[in-house]
Design a protein around this ligand. Sequence first.
Ligand SMILES: [Zn+2]
Length: 300
Amino acid sequence: MSKRIEGRVQELHVRFVNYGRNAREWMRKCVMLLPEIERERVWEKKGFGSVYEYAGKLAGMSRSCVDEALRVLKRIQDKPELILVAEERGINAVKPVATIATPDTAAFWAGKVETMSKNTLEVYVHEVRDQEKKCEINSEATQLLPRKELTMTLDPSLAAQLEKLCVASGGDWNVVMRKLLEARDAVLEHEQPEAVEATSRHIPAEIEKFVIKRSGGLCEFPKCTRAYAILHHTQRFALEEVHDPARLVALCVAHERLVHLGLIAYEDEAPNKWAVREEADPSEKKYAVDQKVQKFRRPG
Ligand SMILES: [Zn+2]
């Protein structure tokens, strides 16, 4: 590319980025006015048939965009901290927390919007809800938890073997399945490779293969069924340079982000004991390492 063409390309790009940024900013301003425009029926007073026609003709807004804006802004109307975030970053940024935030927790959730990507935030909100549900049910009384029904399509011979096991276990499928899982755990424990002192961050193939096998190729966070994306050292590699299969966990991107945001409690235990928490604990050794990681990972 000649110097002249190169210069022109750069100029076009800079102008486009600048105009695009401004266009988004002005669109956000329009969106924030919509609830009042609707409430005061400004559109009618100015001769338009509906708020959709008004927003469409004057700002090029689609019908679904108007609906979404009105819905989200109605939910956060009593939460000034979230309105502030919506003004700066658009309603899409606050959407994941619009239904979970209350006037009391709006500041907390606004903080989370600032530090997380949309995907991580959605997953975090999901976990918090799930945990709240669990807390509502007395955790001691697991017997009283609502049972979940699973339907399976099996080979007849396999079904017959399982049914026999069930009869032998007093007709309780929970006993059968627990035993099968314990047997699987025992096999995995037997196969687990020794931890190795690391010479580099590269995880030895044997250990990597074992962790992926244990996870079934999925994220090991409880209930998460997304494909794993990262093998995470729970001790933090920077703190202890070892590849230990017992301290390596397969995680999807969102759950790995939550771990490095310090929002997972009991991380040193097996992942089925993990729970989300509200804030990172600065007294933990991992905190400083995670802070460094955050510097490289500002939400887009
Ligand atoms: Zn996950």
